[in-house]
Design a protein around this ligand. Structure first.
Ligand code: G6P
Length: 473
């Protein structure tokens, strides 16, 4: 048991704000992550007694837990108190890879090829037992670390059972759950075994508040609750919507540093003088629809020869979840499709698709700044912050081709070129419309997009949730 002062505000998420790499000489190197939660939590200031509880993700993290007992050195976390949980690697792999990422993520993003999957048999049940253990480890750590009446903000599908388990251990706490993903429509959610579907819903309903990125996902959750559990299911849980926005101050400052300027020069050279750029920046994630994006671009070049030699598709597709075979296959398919477009249309002086797979944040910002068209066409997405970030940093205005299935559509739909992500022909038309848009219109739309995209910066997003959770007492 770790001894420490008990916290007034607790955040729980699978991935924490820091991760450790284990060197061959046994040394540990910490690296800090960014994202909405990190800057959100900073809003409460160093004086508030806050603790972030997260899981050890890999060997480096587990070694850090072993050496510290789980309470990380604040010098390595940016001052944040962090308790990292050393969960048995096999239990963790089942919970994270098999249940969270291969089941719940698939359900909420509608990713199954249903004739053959999912199959819920004995293997799945064993994995589910690991997911229960992993959730119980979080609930126990939170119960142990929370001061009387503390506020606990539990994040995402990894930890859907935590609110219910924690409620039993500590009825005095104020518990919130936030889903960063979409929520599945009822008929799709019902693919899960009945008892497990009910357990997931009841887990989240253990919270005082269950919050989502858009009204659409909150409504889908409510529909699942009433349909599966009955009309009273929502009686003691408040639903909330907090549409996380882009962090304008951070982005504007960061995107004007010299490393970004350098990368703009390099990118411009790769694109070629006088050519337009269609930009996409994503993790190589099944839900991001990168392959259909490339097919739409190919269609544009097939149907509208006037764009040949005049445009380049700059596609950044950064590796993600490479432990899963289907992600590795998808990554290869992205590469194959890009190669196919290049061999169909490329010339000595023109490479139609520039695909980069190595994560480089400064280069992403450089691409945001110079993009003429941003392509954001996910199959389904909780929010999609790229759609919100591009208009904020764009130098001269950028047309946004946006899937209606992204959460961001709710706020950005009016000034974007909206597409059905499965319709490659319509997406090609939208790319054409974006590339053809006059400079004035582009600038005007970008201004309005940037205003909508920054309406709820991460810090306010976090404070609103905390206030709503405490106020509801
Ligand atoms: C995205 C989703 C989050 C999710 C995260 C997990 O950011 O929007 O809902 O928690 O991915 O990613 P990871 O790399 O930790 O599996």
């Amino acid at each position: 048991m770790v001894s420490q002062p008990r916290a007034q505000v607790l955040v729980a998420s699978n991935r924490g704000p820091v991760s450790y790499a284990l060197g061959e000489d046994g040394s540990l190197t910490a690296s800090r992550g960014g994202g909405g939660l990190v800057s959100g939590l900073s809003a409460i200031g160093p004086d508030t007694d806050a603790l972030w509880v997260c899981a050890a993700l890999g060997d480096g993290d587990r070694e850090a837990v072993r050496r510290t007992g789980g309470l990380l050195d604040p010098a390595e976390t940016g001052g944040q108190r962090v308790r990292m949980l050393g969960i048995d690697p096999e239990v963790y792999a089942d919970a994270y890879n098999e249940i969270a990422n291969s089941t719940l993520w698939f359900v909420h993003h509608l990713l199954y090829q249903t004739p053959l999957e999912p199959v819920f048999g004995t293997e799945f049940r064993a994995q589910w037992a690991s997911y229960e253990k992993y959730n119980a480890a979080f609930a126990e750590a939170l119960a142990e670390s929370a001061a009387d009446g503390a506020a606990v903000l539990v994040q995402d599908y990894h930890l859907a059972l935590v609110p219910g388990l924690l409620r039993e251990l500590r009825p005095d706490l104020r518990i919130g759950h936030f889903s960063h993903t979409p929520w599945a429509p009822v008929d799709y959610f019902r693919m899960l075994p009945d008892d497990i579907a009910a357990q997931l819903l009841r887990g989240i309903l253990g919270a005082d508040r269950a919050a989502f990125l858009t009204r659409r996902w909150a409504d889908a959750f409510a529909a699942c609750c009433t349909e599966l559990l009955g009309a009273d299911a929502l009686a003691s849980t408040e639903l909330g919507v907090h549409g996380l926005g882009a962090d304008a101050d951070f982005l504007r400052e960061r995107s004007h540093r010299p490393d970004v300027a350098e990368r703009m020069v390099a990118l411009r050279e790769q694109i070629g003088a006088g050519r337009k750029a269609v930009v996409r920046v994503d993790r190589t994630e099944l839900s991001k629809n990168i392959v259909r994006g490339l097919l739409a671009y190919r269609q544009l070049l097939r149907d509208r020869p006037e764009w040949r030699e005049k445009v380049v598709h700059v596609a950044f597709a950064y590796p993600s979840r490479q432990d899963l075979a289907i992600y590795r296959e998808y990554t290869a398919e992205v590469q194959r499709t890009a190669d196919a477009v290049n061999s169909e249309f490329g010339t000595e002086s023109w490479t139609p698709v520039i695909l980069h797979v190595k994560d480089d944040f400064a280069r992403s910002l450089a691409a945001y700044r110079l993009a003429d068209v941003a392509l954001v066409n996910p199959i389904r997405d909780g929010m999609n912050l790229v759609a919100k970030e591009v208009p904020v940093v764009s130098d001269e205005g950028c047309a946004l081709v946006l899937s209606r299935e992204a959460g961001a559509f709710e706020e950005l739909g009016e000034d974007a070129l909206v597409v059905n992500p499965y319709d490659v022909l319509a997406t090609a038309d939208a790319l054409h419309a974006g590339l053809s848009m006059g400079a004035d219109e582009r600038a005007q739309r970008t201004k309005r997009l940037a205003a909508a995209a920054t309406a709820l910066p991460p810090q306010q997003w976090f404070l609103d949730q905390l206030e709503a959770l405490r106020g509801g007492g």
